[in-house]
Design a protein around this ligand. Structure first.
Ligand SMILES: Cc1cc2nc3c(=O)[nH]c(=O)nc-3n(C[C@H](O)[C@H](O)[C@H](O)COP(=O)(O)OP(=O)(O)OC[C@H]3O[C@@H](n4cnc5c(N)ncnc54)[C@H](O)[C@@H]3O)c2cc1C
Length: 501
């Protein structure tokens, strides 16, 4: 695999002018999320070679991350290996790597894994690198209030949530105050925040209620706060109010119009609408507010001149191509087009559209109509058998919405194994009140931060090829010197003789 650098097609020549080398058209796909994986799969029958480069080896079903964080699902159930998913797709190659640069003129993508650089050439490029958490300019909040974007995030949060109960049990045993350990704050009342707060409440009030001796987990406070005046803004006022009511019924304190102004190890400060600043003491805080598009958007913007919006999303043409570069498609959470929301369906439908366009061009077919997003609706689970769903004009809440949620998530989970696994884990949680994934390790909680403190992160632990040879040579010389000294001592009869006392 790996194509040859091609001339850039100008707008006037049109996309059909694209050249191919060595027989096969090279498509590089950045990302293995909804856009990247579905785009790669949609190219299955196209006469192309696809190289999918992503910084993880799995396809992550982000909507269920909160269930990993609260011990309902295992990470494997929501993150099947992309290599396995694509094993039968012979025209697709999977490469682990973090893309650090895209050269639109040379048509190359540069990616790294543990300090090793690889450059892949493309004829067509699909950029679907998603978004990361936004702390609205306060990135230092992340250390004390992790977001939820990756498996690492979810496992770290699982450690912090279950760990807080453990610390509280110890503090109670010592006769010390522990309210701050049993106060959980979720920042952001969108679907992720609502789902997270609901699950922590169920955990504290139901799952763990018989497991501790010195604390009563039912006394735990779960606070959901947001600067906005309502819960679940995209669902409309009525469903938002219903969701708020349901959350309060299961013991979540909903604090709206409250903006977080500072976060530290032991708590956070909030500014209410009337200007009052107040503090909540809480060790376990979860950030579920705001997203920022992947920085690769900036790379594309600098070279193409396409503007970025405030969330770092790049403006694309109605056919999802980068202005001036018809061979480059940008998808999903990275794009700013017609106010499309940052949801999985935008990425999936965009991916299928881009793949079809690439195939059409190779077959000299006419371009498709501009991309048009079909909104299949949104839903959020609040607690066991309680959810809200907004599908077109239909607004549902309660158990019917919950059943819809269950069906939709089963359909969209990738892979048979993940579906069966998730179904069994849901049975454990929803029929009983248990959680099958309560295991927490110290590494999950602390190792990531320790690695970040190393100069270059994980690659600090792995030497580059040249460096490794030099180190090996130095070690060999040291060993030879020591061996020579040993034999000199032996020859002089100094070995094995104890010094006389
Ligand atoms: C906690 C949470 C809950 C959500 N809930 C819902 C929901 O209920 N319903 C819904 O529709 N949507 C939901 N979303 C949003 C949805 O997950 C996103 O809109 C969707 O994942 C966007 O797809 P994408 O392909 O653009 O990006 P992603 O799916 O995020 O994929 C990005 C990919 O790019 C890779 N990547 C990133 N940077 C690089 C790089 N430099 N080099 C190589 N690879 C890179 C990542 O590893 C990943 O594979 C949720 C999101 C989160 C975080």
């Amino acid at each position: 695999m790996g194509g040859v650098t091609k001339r850039r097609d100008s707008d006037s020549e049109g996309p059909q002018a694209m050249a191919t080398n060595n027989g096969k058209h090279q498509v590089v796909v950045i990302g293995s999320g909804f856009g990247g994986l579905f785009g790669t799969k949609a190219l299955k029958r196209a006469d192309v070679e696809v190289t999918m480069v992503a910084k993880t080896t799995h396809h992550l079903f982000q909507p269920l991350l909160y269930q990993v964080a609260t011990g309902i699902l295992s990470q494997g159930e929501i993150a099947p290996p992309t290599r396995e998913v694509l094993a039968k797709q012979k025209n697709a190659q999977v490469l682990l790597g973090t893309v650090t640069d895209i050269d639109l003129e040379a048509r190359t993508v540069t990616h790294h894994v543990l300090g090793r650089e690889t450059v892949s050439h493309y004829d067509s490029l699909i950029v679907a690198a998603g978004a990361s958490q936004s702390y609205f300019g306060n990135d230092h909040f992340a250390e004390f209030a992790p977001g939820m974007k990756s498996i690492d995030d979810a496992l770290e949060l699982r450690g912090r949530i279950f760990g807080a109960f453990e610390m509280a049990e110890n503090a109670a045993r010592r006769g010390e105050p522990y309210d701050h350990l049993l106060t959980f704050v979720v920042v952001g009342a969108g679907p992720t925040g609502v789902e997270m707060a609901g699950q922590i409440a169920e955990l504290a009030h139901k799952t763990l209620k018989h497991d501790f001796r010195s604390i009563d987990t039912k006394q735990a406070r779960i606070i959901l706060c947001d600067a906005a005046p309502q819960v679940l803004p995209p669902f409309g006022v009525k469903l938002g109010a219903k969701a708020k009511g349901e959350l309060e019924k299961i013991g979540v304190e909903v604090q709206l119009g409250a903006m977080v102004t500072s976060v530290d190890e032991r708590g956070l400060e909030l500014k209410d609408k009337d200007g009052t600043i107040r503090r909540i003491n809480s060790v376990a805080k979860i950030w579920a507010a705001g997203v920022q598009a992947n920085p690769l958007g900036k790379t594309l913007s600098e070279q193409s001149g396409a503007p970025l919006d405030r969330a770092g999303r790049i403006s694309v043409n109605p056919d999802l191509t980068l202005p001036g570069y018809p061979e480059v498609f940008v998808l999903g959470d990275m794009i700013s087009l017609d106010n499309l929301p940052g949801v999985a369906q935008v990425a999936i439908q965009g991916a299928k559209y881009a793949a079809k366009e690439i195939d059409n061009r190779l077959k000299d077919k006419a371009p498709q109509k501009p991309f048009s997003y079909f909104d299949k609706g949104s839903m959020a689970i609040i607690s066991k058998f309680r959810a809200v769903a907004s599908v077109g004009k239909l607004k549902l809440n309660g158990s019917i919405a919950w059943l819809m949620w269950l069906g939709v998530h089963l359909i969209y989970l990738t892979g048979f194994k993940s579906r069966v696994g998730a179904l069994l884990s849901w049975a454990i949680t929803f029929i009983g009140n248990d959680r099958s994934e309560r295991t927490v390790t110290e590494q999950q909680i602390f190792a990531r931060q320790a690695l970040e403190r190393l100069n270059a992160g994980p690659q600090d632990l792995v030497s580059k090829p040249g460096e490794f040879d030099a180190k090996l040579e130095a070690k060999r010389a040291e060993l030879e010197e020591r061996a020579a000294e040993e034999s000199r001592l032996t020859d002089e009869g100094q070995r094995g003789i104890h010094a006389e006392s």
